[in-house]
Design a protein around this ligand. Structure first.
Ligand code: NDP
Length: 345
């Protein structure tokens, strides 16, 4: 029988600073045959996420909660595909599957490391965003780590129009809080104000890093109870300047730092965390998958009530995945950045 060929994207060297497309290579590979108990999935969607930058460091350079990507091997990441061949009675041809085998067209599983997706609940790619890892991150960060006080807190969220930030904003709004967000374009800020109905939103680029603190003072004259940090750097410093006594800072991500070749010192005003008795806590969503059912039932309800909106930036074609990934660090996505790899059966 003729061997069928699929494509995958490999990392050929670790980047320094902002990655460019030359560190990636698209490679033709043989499509494997499922053995007894296995099935073959063809990817339809894949996700690119800022955390992947952390996996693009040599194992010697950094020790992290997750291993570095291996050079000359397919990259990994969340994906949704459809079973096209099966030798496992529990997984039927045509079913939609969520797995961690992105950056490629085809993959094999025995069912142990995947989740079935019900396409009747929501469009299948939503399980990579609002109903997936980024939605869960927002939920865990606001509800569990941030311990949101319903109806009382003033909340500030950075990268507020992104996949995590936009859902975090809406959960805090649903729970009756005063919510302020910032983003990097006027269009994103307009969406946050007009569609998401934030109480205040601003463009951190036009405000300028020296005025972030005074802008937050304007947005939250009484101070911030909860800062959900997706960005780090100057935005974290500005939030520290404006925290209320006994406020909380949820350290979710620090995208402004991921491509630095030398770590910047800071935040320069960290001492304020002492004077204001601020609790800062980092978290990693993969430690909180026990909250998936709770998250899904809340999110299904909010979506059915029309209380949650979400944006997707869709890039067509596996070969564009590197460009889409790099675009995350330039603000080229509005909401969840997704790659459409192929069509459904
Ligand atoms: P987003 O959808 O928010 O995309 C990234 C956005 O970050 C860009 O669109 C851009 O928006 C903004 N950005 C990029 N570079 C900078 C910069 N230098 N300064 C300020 N803003 C910048 O990504 P996600 O929602 O997937 O992730 C958001 C954050 O959450 C990331 O830091 C990520 O690492 C973190 N994260 C953490 C998890 C955890 O378990 N702790 C899990 C998932 C995500 P703009 O146009 O507004 O600048």
């Amino acid at each position: 029988m003729e061997q069928k060929i699929g494509k995958e994207i490999q990392l050929i060297r670790f980047p320094q600073g902002l990655p460019d497309e030359n560190i990636f290579e698209i490679v033709n590979v043989n499509i494997p045959e499922p053995k007894e108990g296995e099935f073959l999935v063809r990817n339809i969607w894949m996700s690119v996420d800022p955390y992947m930058r952390g996996r693009m460091r040599s194992p010697e350079e950094t020790k992290s909660y997750i291993d570095s990507f291996q050079l000359k091997k397919p990259l990994e990441g969340s994906c949704v595909g459809q079973i096209v061949e099966s030798k496992n009675d529990l997984f039927k041809v045509g079913e939609y599957i969520l797995g961690n085998y992105g950056w490629r067209e085809y993959w094999i599983s025995n069912g142990g490391d995947v989740m079935k997706i019900d396409s009747k609940i929501a469009p299948i790619q939503s399980f990579l965003g609002v109903l997936g890892m980024t939605g869960l991150t927002a939920y865990v960060g606001i509800v569990k780590i941030g311990k949101l006080n319903e109806g009382k807190d003033t909340v500030f969220i950075s990268a507020a129009s992104g996949a995590v930030g936009s859902i975090a904003c809406q959960i805090a709004k649903i729970k009756g809080c005063h919510v302020v967000g910032c983003a990097g374009t006027e269009g994103k800020v307009d969406w946050l104000l007009d569609e998401i109905k934030l109480d205040y939103a601003f463009n951190y680029k036009t405000v300028g890093e020296h005025n972030l603190s005074s802008e937050l003072k304007k947005a939250c004259p009484e101070g911030i109870d909860l800062y959900f940090d997706n960005v780090g750097g100057k935005q974290l410093e500005a939030a520290l300047d404006n925290m209320k006594s006994f406020g909380r800072i949820v350290l979710c991500g620090m995208i402004s730092q991921y491509n630095l070749t030398h770590p910047l010192p800071g935040p320069s005003n960290l001492f304020l965390a002492i004077t204001n008795r601020v609790r800062m806590q980092g978290f990693i969503v993969r430690d909180h998958y026990d909250m998936l059912n709770e998250f899904h039932s809340s999110m299904y309800k909010w979506i059915s009530e029309g209380k949650i909106k979400w944006k997707e930036t869709v890039i067509e074609g596996l070969e564009k995945a590197p460009k889409a990934f790099i675009g995350l660090f330039k603000g080229e996505n509005f909401g969840k950045m997704l790659i459409k790899i192929g069509s459904e059966i």
